[in-house]
Design a protein around this ligand. Structure first.
Ligand SMILES: [Zn+2]
Length: 168
Protein backbone atom coordinates (compact mmCIF):
# COMPACT_ATOMS: atom_id res chain seq x y z
CA UNK A 1 0.00 0.00 0.00
CA UNK A 2 2.62 2.49 -0.99
CA UNK A 3 2.04 5.70 -2.83
CA UNK A 4 1.59 5.03 -6.53
CA UNK A 5 1.90 7.40 -9.44
CA UNK A 6 0.03 10.53 -8.50
CA UNK A 7 1.46 13.51 -10.37
CA UNK A 8 -0.09 16.13 -8.09
CA UNK A 9 1.41 14.43 -5.09
CA UNK A 10 4.87 14.54 -6.65
CA UNK A 11 4.37 18.21 -7.30
CA UNK A 12 3.56 18.69 -3.66
CA UNK A 13 6.54 16.66 -2.48
CA UNK A 14 8.84 18.71 -4.66
CA UNK A 15 7.49 21.89 -3.13
CA UNK A 16 6.22 23.40 -6.39
CA UNK A 17 2.60 23.40 -5.40
CA UNK A 18 1.17 26.59 -4.07
CA UNK A 19 1.79 26.80 -0.38
CA UNK A 20 -1.32 27.39 1.65
CA UNK A 21 -0.72 29.41 4.75
CA UNK A 22 -3.10 29.07 7.63
CA UNK A 23 -5.87 26.54 7.94
CA UNK A 24 -6.65 24.40 4.87
CA UNK A 25 -10.35 24.74 5.59
CA UNK A 26 -10.27 28.52 5.67
CA UNK A 27 -9.20 29.38 2.12
CA UNK A 28 -8.17 33.02 1.74
CA UNK A 29 -10.58 35.44 0.09
CA UNK A 30 -14.29 35.03 -0.38
CA UNK A 31 -14.51 33.37 -3.80
CA UNK A 32 -17.02 30.53 -4.04
CA UNK A 33 -14.39 28.37 -5.79
CA UNK A 34 -10.64 28.36 -6.46
CA UNK A 35 -8.99 25.79 -8.68
CA UNK A 36 -5.50 26.34 -7.25
CA UNK A 37 -6.82 25.54 -3.80
CA UNK A 38 -9.09 22.74 -5.11
CA UNK A 39 -11.96 24.67 -3.51
CA UNK A 40 -15.17 23.50 -5.21
CA UNK A 41 -17.68 25.34 -3.08
CA UNK A 42 -17.99 27.92 -0.32
CA UNK A 43 -21.10 29.39 1.21
CA UNK A 44 -21.89 31.01 4.58
CA UNK A 45 -21.76 27.65 6.36
CA UNK A 46 -19.36 25.23 4.66
CA UNK A 47 -16.47 24.67 2.28
CA UNK A 48 -15.98 21.71 -0.06
CA UNK A 49 -12.49 20.80 -1.25
CA UNK A 50 -11.09 18.03 -3.38
CA UNK A 51 -8.53 16.17 -1.31
CA UNK A 52 -5.06 16.82 -2.68
CA UNK A 53 -4.09 13.38 -1.38
CA UNK A 54 -7.11 11.32 -2.41
CA UNK A 55 -7.86 7.69 -1.63
CA UNK A 56 -10.00 7.42 -4.73
CA UNK A 57 -10.86 9.79 -7.54
CA UNK A 58 -13.30 12.45 -6.35
CA UNK A 59 -12.40 12.21 -2.66
CA UNK A 60 -14.01 15.29 -1.08
CA UNK A 61 -13.42 17.13 2.18
CA UNK A 62 -16.31 19.07 3.69
CA UNK A 63 -15.81 21.43 6.61
CA UNK A 64 -17.84 24.01 8.49
CA UNK A 65 -16.61 27.58 8.06
CA UNK A 66 -16.04 27.89 11.79
CA UNK A 67 -12.68 26.62 13.06
CA UNK A 68 -13.76 23.95 15.53
CA UNK A 69 -12.24 20.56 16.18
CA UNK A 70 -15.16 18.30 17.00
CA UNK A 71 -18.76 17.57 16.05
CA UNK A 72 -19.68 18.20 19.68
CA UNK A 73 -18.87 21.89 19.16
CA UNK A 74 -21.31 22.37 16.27
CA UNK A 75 -24.43 24.40 16.91
CA UNK A 76 -27.70 22.81 15.83
CA UNK A 77 -27.95 24.95 12.67
CA UNK A 78 -24.32 24.12 11.83
CA UNK A 79 -25.03 20.40 12.28
CA UNK A 80 -27.98 20.61 9.95
CA UNK A 81 -26.15 22.59 7.29
CA UNK A 82 -23.09 20.37 7.43
CA UNK A 83 -25.14 17.20 7.05
CA UNK A 84 -27.11 18.74 4.21
CA UNK A 85 -23.85 19.63 2.47
CA UNK A 86 -22.51 16.09 2.92
CA UNK A 87 -25.75 14.75 1.47
CA UNK A 88 -25.72 17.06 -1.56
CA UNK A 89 -22.05 16.36 -2.24
CA UNK A 90 -22.72 12.63 -2.13
CA UNK A 91 -25.48 13.07 -4.70
CA UNK A 92 -23.19 15.09 -6.97
CA UNK A 93 -20.50 12.40 -6.82
CA UNK A 94 -23.07 9.72 -7.60
CA UNK A 95 -24.30 11.62 -10.65
CA UNK A 96 -21.01 13.00 -11.97
CA UNK A 97 -18.66 10.10 -11.28
CA UNK A 98 -21.20 7.27 -11.39
CA UNK A 99 -20.05 6.13 -7.97
CA UNK A 100 -21.68 2.93 -6.73
CA UNK A 101 -21.06 3.54 -3.04
CA UNK A 102 -19.33 5.83 -0.58
CA UNK A 103 -17.30 5.89 2.57
CA UNK A 104 -18.44 8.91 4.56
CA UNK A 105 -16.94 9.88 7.88
CA UNK A 106 -14.58 11.92 9.94
CA UNK A 107 -11.56 11.33 12.11
CA UNK A 108 -11.85 13.22 15.39
CA UNK A 109 -8.48 13.82 16.98
CA UNK A 110 -4.92 12.93 16.00
CA UNK A 111 -5.19 9.59 17.77
CA UNK A 112 -8.08 8.73 15.42
CA UNK A 113 -6.02 9.52 12.35
CA UNK A 114 -7.00 13.10 11.62
CA UNK A 115 -4.43 14.77 9.37
CA UNK A 116 -5.76 18.19 10.37
CA UNK A 117 -7.13 17.63 13.84
CA UNK A 118 -8.04 21.17 14.80
CA UNK A 119 -10.64 21.83 12.08
CA UNK A 120 -13.49 19.37 11.80
CA UNK A 121 -13.99 17.91 8.31
CA UNK A 122 -15.90 15.07 6.72
CA UNK A 123 -14.42 12.80 4.07
CA UNK A 124 -16.55 11.51 1.24
CA UNK A 125 -14.76 8.75 -0.66
CA UNK A 126 -16.59 7.49 -3.75
CA UNK A 127 -16.37 3.74 -4.47
CA UNK A 128 -17.08 1.65 -7.54
CA UNK A 129 -18.19 -1.97 -7.90
CA UNK A 130 -15.06 -2.82 -9.80
CA UNK A 131 -12.57 -0.71 -7.88
CA UNK A 132 -9.75 -2.94 -6.76
CA UNK A 133 -9.04 -1.06 -3.55
CA UNK A 134 -9.94 -3.07 -0.54
CA UNK A 135 -10.57 -0.07 1.59
CA UNK A 136 -8.32 1.10 4.27
CA UNK A 137 -10.41 4.22 4.54
CA UNK A 138 -8.52 7.39 5.26
CA UNK A 139 -5.25 5.52 5.41
CA UNK A 140 -3.03 5.63 2.34
CA UNK A 141 -2.94 7.03 -1.15
CA UNK A 142 -3.93 4.72 -4.00
CA UNK A 143 -3.83 4.88 -7.75
CA UNK A 144 -5.93 7.69 -9.16
CA UNK A 145 -7.24 6.95 -12.65
CA UNK A 146 -8.10 10.51 -13.55
CA UNK A 147 -6.11 13.62 -12.94
CA UNK A 148 -7.42 15.61 -10.03
CA UNK A 149 -7.83 18.83 -12.01
CA UNK A 150 -10.03 17.10 -14.59
CA UNK A 151 -12.16 15.87 -11.73
CA UNK A 152 -12.30 19.41 -10.40
CA UNK A 153 -13.58 20.69 -13.76
CA UNK A 154 -16.23 17.99 -13.83
CA UNK A 155 -17.48 18.64 -10.29
CA UNK A 156 -17.34 22.44 -10.31
CA UNK A 157 -20.53 23.16 -12.35
CA UNK A 158 -22.92 21.14 -10.16
CA UNK A 159 -21.42 22.60 -6.99
CA UNK A 160 -21.77 26.12 -8.36
CA UNK A 161 -25.37 25.33 -9.31
CA UNK A 162 -25.96 24.43 -5.67
CA UNK A 163 -24.68 27.85 -4.70
CA UNK A 164 -27.09 29.54 -7.09
CA UNK A 165 -29.91 27.55 -5.48
CA UNK A 166 -28.75 28.53 -1.99
CA UNK A 167 -28.67 32.22 -2.85
CA UNK A 168 -32.17 32.21 -4.33
ZN1 LIG B 1 -9.69 26.11 10.45
Amino acid sequence: MKTLMTPWRMEHVEGKAEKISGCLFEPPGTASFDKNLLLLYRDHANVVLLNRFPYTNGHLLIAPIRHIACITELTSPEQAELMEMVTKATQILREQLQADGFNVGCNLGKVAGAGIADHLHFHIVPRWEDDHNFMTVLAEVRTIPEHILKTFDKLLPPFQELLADTNN
